[in-house]
Design a binder for this molecule. Structure first.
Ligand code: NAP
Length: 484
């Protein structure tokens, strides 16, 4: 912490209009590994949220008027500074969130990657010319920034969920205000410090940190100066915030919960499937929206898969994320741990077999890596987003059976399957009702690919060439009277 502080990356107040803003009250940020106090942070609310929106509106005209190349140069500075401080930002992230340091540093690099990507992509906001309907008419299409963007982000990726949104918004010429989760405000504030050093003008990137998410959320969804609202978090909260935006018809994009199936067919490379499933399921202790939530394994290979999978899960080491060789950190809170345990116990009561783990360890915030076999698709654990290090295994008999079970959920974010038969690969990929499908791959997210879901997992895409669309308005110019 000392090193982070000396580098000027430990900030404890909201960043609004280029200033660090103290508030009347403060709240605690703790390390989920041992609940040790890391920092007390100024507790902003409605007033500060309004100031941030007003600052973003004030800064909009000048930022939008810059050329894409000018914005790219500033964003590139931000990217460079984040990369230069990757190791300290990673430590800060592990301290407030709990994930292993290698994962935390990976997240910082991944988040920075979006800033680099969109800095360049912003130069390619092309319009169109369209043949007109009459001799003296021309149709021209241009794209313009939507305006002030307000964002709310979760604690499971405290750096990357902000970088991914802000990068696209700023590259498109929008200004930005974000409220990170109260559990993990420090990574967001460190990003603001580096944004300022990078030369991002006052008011273009603002961070409001506070416990009263509902008041801050109301400002972000209802303030007349906000043109677009973007949210990453739970489906329940996302739906409510989308409703709040409806009165003003604000543009909305939502990255919500998931219930990812991870299907292993009998023609799969089983060792590769085990490795992919471990990465997919146990990254961030299972607290990711795209992590495997249900393992669907063809009955003919169930025994051999389970044996190899359990051995691989047993080898995972839990501990302090700052220590070398740790694979699994703590869960974010005691409440999160209780929810995971409740799902495991309900599966047990409904007749599933706990093959590994499955019991809380005293008052520790670690949940043991757990594998549950003989799970039925109707069980609560198969229908809920677990958000913990628990693998429920469901067996299936045929390809159609697997697709039916995989799609039997209200969610539609990510799905995965392992198979070698090329016909099956195409059939299954096309029939899975998900926004993203990993084929012989357990990690699908990268800057070049469109990240997002369907059904109750939300709408809008982040990353890729499509990621700018959410921050741009299309304007059609009708030229007429051109004949002499
Ligand atoms: P959450 O409760 O929805 O919280 C997410 C954010 O919303 C936090 O900043 C939270 O602030 C804020 N929030 C909560 N209630 C609010 C309200 N009434 N008004 C305004 N803001 C409010 O979700 P979570 O449990 O922290 O995060 C896990 C969820 O996020 C999972 O469902 C996961 O799948 C989803 N997720 C999705 C993606 C994706 O890209 N699709 C990525 C990561 C996570 P406070 O915490 O400060 O109250």
């Amino acid at each position: 912490m000392q090193q982070i502080q000396s580098a000027g990356l430990l900030k404890s107040a909201s960043f609004i209009d280029g200033q660090w803003c103290e508030s009347e009250n403060q709240f605690d940020v703790v390390n989920p590994f041992d609940n040790h106090l890391l920092c007390r942070v100024a507790d902003a609310g409605q007033k500060e949220a309004e100031s941030a929106v007003i600052a973003a509106k004030k800064a909009l005209k000048e930022w939008a008027a810059k050329s894409a190349a000018e914005r790219a140069e500033i964003l590139r500075n931000w990217f460079d500074l984040i990369q230069d401080n990757q190791s300290l930002l990673g430590r800060l992230l592990t301290l407030e969130q709990g994930k292993p340091l290698a994962e935390a540093e990976g997240e910082v690099g991944y988040g920075a990657g979006f800033i680099e990507w969109f800095a360049e992509e912003g130069k390619r906001v092309y319009g169109d010319t369209i043949p007109g309907p009459a001799q003296d008419k021309r149709i021209v299409v241009i794209k313009q920034p939507v305006g002030v963007v307000a964002a709310i982000t979760p604690w499971n990726f405290p750096n990357a969920m902000i970088a991914r949104k802000a990068a696209a918004a700023l590259a498109a010429g929008c200004t930005f205000v974000v409220k990170p989760a109260a559990e993990t405000p420090l990574s967001a504030l460190a990003l603001a410090e580096l944004a300022q050093r990078a030369g991002i003008p006052a008011g273009v990137f603002n961070v409001v940190v506070g416990k009263d998410s509902s008041s801050i959320g109301r400002v972000f969804t209802q303030h007349p100066d906000v043109a677009k609202f973007t949210f990453t978090g739970s489906t329940q909260v996302g739906k409510m915030l989308a409703e709040q935006c409806a009165a003003d018809l604000k543009r909305v994009s939502l990255e919500l919960g998931g219930n990812a199936p991870f299907i292993v067919f009998e023609d799969a490379d089983i060792d590769a499937a085990v490795e992919g499933a471990i990465q997919c399921k146990y990254r961030n202790a299972g607290q990711t929206c795209v992590c495997a939530n249900r393992l669907l394994v063809q009955s003919s290979i169930k025994d051999v898969f389970e044996e190899k999978y359990i051995a691989a899960v047993q080898a995972l080491k839990a501990g302090n994320g700052l220590e070398e060789g740790v694979d699994l950190g703590p869960l974010i809170s005691q409440k999160a741990l209780e929810k995971v345990d409740e799902l495991v116990q309900s599966a047990r009561q409904e007749g599933a077999t706990v093959r590994l783990g499955g019991e809380k360890q005293g008052s520790s915030q670690f949940y043991p890596a757990t594998v549950i076999s003989d799970v039925d698709t109707k069980m609560k654990i198969a229908q809920s987003e677990i958000f913990g290090p628990v693998s429920p295994i469901i067996s299936f008999t045929s390809e159609q059976d697997a697709i039916r079970i995989a799609n039997d959920t209200e969610y539609g974010l990510a799905a995965y399957f392992y198979a070698r038969d090329i016909g099956r690969v195409w059939r299954v990929a096309e029939q899975l009702a998900y926004g993203m499908v990993g084929i012989n791959e357990g990690i699908v997210s990268n800057v070049a690919a469109p990240f997002g879901g369907v059904k109750h997992s939300g709408y809008g895409r982040e990353g890729s060439k499509y990621g700018l669309d959410d921050y741009l308005d299309i304007k059609y110019l009708c030229f007429s009277g051109l004949n002499t």
